[in-house]
Design a protein around this ligand. Structure first.
Ligand code: NAD
Length: 256
């Protein structure tokens, strides 16, 4: 997909990777960019910077998501590209309480499902459309230190792939963004990206450049950190060896 003249929505657009996506899409000639985020002030700031539209939104609220899509399309015409990019992280494992699991489940996965429920039928009715869903390298591999993040990002990859399989022949295009560590609020306080930063910390604008290229190439997986492809291959070729390697990384992480 080329972005020139396109109507685009970016959730989580008020900061980090989402903000960089809005900037890169504007530079690539997108005609209308809707900046959707929980952070209302941030949506105004980014929308102003990219000549877009601010849309305060909690992606955990399916009715609000539906209303935002309806509003964007009635004001600006069909959405060509919807980026479900809002995401959160929570440290821990089974001890994370149910409210924590529910929150990350809704933001990292269910918002993608609710968005697809309203927008995919509209896109199919007009012959197609494009979804970019932000998962993570953790969605293809694992996140040391966070079961909820690993699980919800795997689920996000699975859901996006299912959409591509099911509706690809009907014109739906899907890309899944899977970076390792990126310098944003999410990784703030870990100068080196923490354990996800073993291959270095990437700047959000580099990720956004990789997304613009990935969309142009219509790639299913957009992997800004090229190492991820080799890790995925190694995991598939020899899961026992991969787990042993991850256990060594876990030991390093526990050792600080
Ligand atoms: N930073 C990284 O290292 C990294 C690596 C891989 C994947 N990711 C993913 O990239 C995406 C963007 O993360 P980021 O690093 O830019 O983090 P960030 O915290 O800088 O930005 C996330 C944005 O999402 C918004 N948001 C959170 N909950 C929301 C909700 N309920 N409704 C609407 N907006 C909400 C926040 O207000 C924020 O502006 C996330 O899905 C994240 O999981 C990040």
């Amino acid at each position: 997909m080329q972005l020139t003249g396109k109507h685009v929505v970016v959730t989580g657009g008020a900061g980090g990777i989402g903000e960089a996506l809005c900037e890169a899409f504007a530079a690539a000639g997108a005609a209308r960019i809707v900046v959707a985020d929980l952070d209302g002030e941030g949506t105004e700031r980014v929308a102003k910077a990219v000549g877009g539209v601010a849309a305060p939104l909690n992606v955990r609220d399916p009715e609000a998501l539906t209303a935002m899509v309806e509003r964007a399309e009635s004001d600006g015409g069909p959405i060509d590209l919807f980026c479900s990019n809002a995401g959160i992280g929570i440290h821990g494992g089974p001890e994370v309480d149910d409210d924590g699991w529910q929150a990350i489940w809704e933001v990292n996965l269910m918002s993608h499902v609710w968005l697809a429920r309203v927008l995919v039928p509209r896109m199919l009715a007009r012959g197609g459309g494009y979804l970019l869903n932000t998962a993570s390298a953790a969605g293809l591999l694992a996140q040391i230190g966070s079961a909820p993040y690993s699980v919800t990002k795997h689920a996000a990859v699975a859901f996006a792939e299912w959409l591509a399989i099911t509706y690809g022949a009907k014109g739906l295009k899907v890309s899944i963004l899977c970076p390792q560590a990126v310098r944003t609020a999410m990784t703030a306080g870990t100068e080196d990206g923490g354990v996800a930063g073993v291959d270095g910390m990437m700047e959000p604008d580099e990720v956004a450049r990789s997304v613009v290229q990935g969309l142009a190439d219509e790639r299913l997986w957009i992997l800004p950190h090229p190492e991820v492809e080799a890790y995925v291959r190694r995991r598939a070729e020899d899961p026992d060896r991969w787990i042993a390697g991850m256990q060594r990384l876990q030991a390093r992480y526990e050792g600080g």
